[in-house]
Design a protein around this ligand. Structure first.
Ligand code: NAD
Length: 461
């Protein structure tokens, strides 16, 4: 949670305590065109290097992130709220594989030679020039990392606009990379209005992760200059628990994926459809699991989940729970009040699609359970959403695989969570986004393709 103390400073506030964690200079909106011009100037020499050279320059940053993971992870936790272990884990998640990642990105954007019918074509992946990276607060170092690193290795200069809720860790991440980068290749702008101003400025590509509404606003504005966009947006992910499911595993997954990061995850389980025959035992096991998700501040012993990011988010989640109760849902666990931005893990049973909590993204620690009478009904309800990021199916293997093919989502887990083998892109279907995170397809989004064709055997152009 942040407050603007004056026109010059953006304070970052611990959502558990209300204390100021630190502050950053607020970027004057009028300065943004100049910052983008500086990025464009820096992009010339940076883009002229090979991807391998850029990868080599960035490689040592991984070790710095690992060496400083405790300090940076605690900073992340203080401004975002998640327990220290999760904050440290998130920093390590960026540092640990950075060295491999830069090589994977460089490999993905390497020129490819195609031959046939007397023609030899070289497909180049050129940098666009200047990339705006606009990121949310829920994974406040991982989200910048997922966009900034491929944009840089692909040869772009980057202007990062992190969430105004979590400016400190994003700035710290950029500072680590800037220990190795040439001046101007990676810059950071801070504030809220600075987002739209950056989109309007002379950038070539906007890589965005955040809400659907902001994604739509960015796309509208980007249309003016036909700027490229990558949009990773929200969702309303379903979990289906069908005949033959291992109920212990399904309930453990349901609890973990509904409550982790206090439900503030784009692929959180937001809706659970369970075969009516399994409904009672599944619900009991889910409640049992929910009891282990102790709420507390990031430095509190035993805290498994932290607070909501700010009071508005808490009010939104409580409003959805109240609406569901008013329309007939039962609170079977949780929904206890605690001072500040905290919400205890809550299990709702008897929900329906007439309730806002089953149609609008919640982004809070609520598991919503609905009994269904057939596989077809489960599939129909699961797909009854404008979103389509992830979906998870637990059930007898062949049934679950069959149902997975019927899900209108980008990433589907069968008897496990989503998250693929190395190289699998992170991808949303429908209104959960346009484009990918990661994988060769994701890395190439940061490039303009240029195909040069010559007569085969006639030499390169
Ligand atoms: P948000 O859309 O409110 O803000 C995200 C970023 O956009 C912030 O930096 C914000 O300052 C900036 N912004 C706001 N309005 C803007 C505008 N008009 N133009 C340009 N920039 C603007 O989202 P949030 O509350 O920070 O994050 C939560 C959302 O992010 C959820 O919907 C969640 O599902 C989504 N998310 C998606 C993924 C994914 O991979 N699909 C991952 C993480 C989070």
């Amino acid at each position: 949670m942040t407050t603007l103390t004056n026109t010059a400073t953006l304070d970052s506030i611990n959502p558990a305590t209300g204390e100021v964690v630190g502050s950053v200079p607020l970027t004057p909106v009028g300065a943004i065109p100049g910052i983008v011009a500086k990025a464009r100037a820096a992009s010339k020499a940076w883009g002229a290097m090979t991807a391998k050279e850029r990868a080599d320059i960035l490689r040592p940053a991984g070790q710095v992130l690992m060496d400083r993971s405790e300090e940076l992870g605690k900073l992340l936790s203080r401004e975002q709220g998640k327990p220290f272990a999760d904050g440290i884990g998130e920093v390590q998640g960026c540092g640990y594989r950075l060295s491999d990642e830069v090589d994977e990105i460089a490999e993905a954007v390497r020129p490819q030679v195609l031959k046939g019918e007397g023609v030899e074509t070289t497909v180049y992946h050129d940098p666009y020039g200047v990339c705006a990276a606009i990121t949310p607060w829920n994974f406040p170092i991982l989200m910048p990392h997922w966009m900034v690193l491929p944009a840089l290795v692909a040869g772009n200069a980057v202007v990062l606009k992190p969430s105004e809720e979590t400016p400190l860790i994003a700035q710290a991440y950029a500072d680590v990379l800037n220990e190795f980068l040439p001046e101007g290749v990676l810059q950071v702008v801070h504030g809220r209005e600075q987002g739209p101003a950056l989109v309007k400025a002379d950038v070539d590509l906007i890589a965005f992760t955040g809400s659907k509404a902001t994604g739509q606003a960015i796309m509208r504005e980007a249309a003016n200059g036909l700027k490229r966009v990558i949009l990773e947006l929200g969702s309303k992910d379903p979990l289906l628990v069908l005949e033959g499911a291992d109920l212990d595993k399904a309930a453990a997954f349901a609890a973990r994926n509904s409550f982790r990061n206090c439900g503030q995850v784009c692929v959180s389980t937001e809706r659970i459809y369970v075969d009516r025959k399994l409904h009672k035992p599944f619900l009991e096991k889910l409640v049992e699991q929910a009891k282990s998700f102790t709420v507390g501040a990031c430095d509190e012993d035993g805290a498994v989940i932290g607070p909501m990011i700010h009071g508005r988010q808490k009010a939104h989640v409580i409003g959805q729970i109240k609406d569901a109760e008013a329309k007939g849902a039962n609170v079977v666990f949780g929904n206890e009040t605690r001072e500040g931005c905290f919400i205890s893990p809550t299990v709702l049973d008897g929900v329906t699609h007439a309730m806002d909590i089953m149609t609008t993204e919640t982004f809070g620690p609520v598991a919503c359970v609905m009994a269904v009478d057939s596989v077809d009904e489960a599939v129909e309800l699961a797909n009854d959403t404008e979103y389509g990021l992830g979906a998870v199916v637990f059930g007898e293997e062949s049934l679950a695989r069959d149902v997975a093919r019927r899900m209108t989502a980008g990433m589907i887990g069968v008897n496990r969570g989503i998250g693929g083998a190395p190289g699998t892109p992170w991808v949303g279907a429908r209104q959960s986004g346009i484009g990918y995170h990661g994988g060769p397809m994701g890395h190439r989004q940061f490039c303009q393709v240029r195909a040069v064709s010559v007569v085969a055997g006639g030499g390169d152009s």
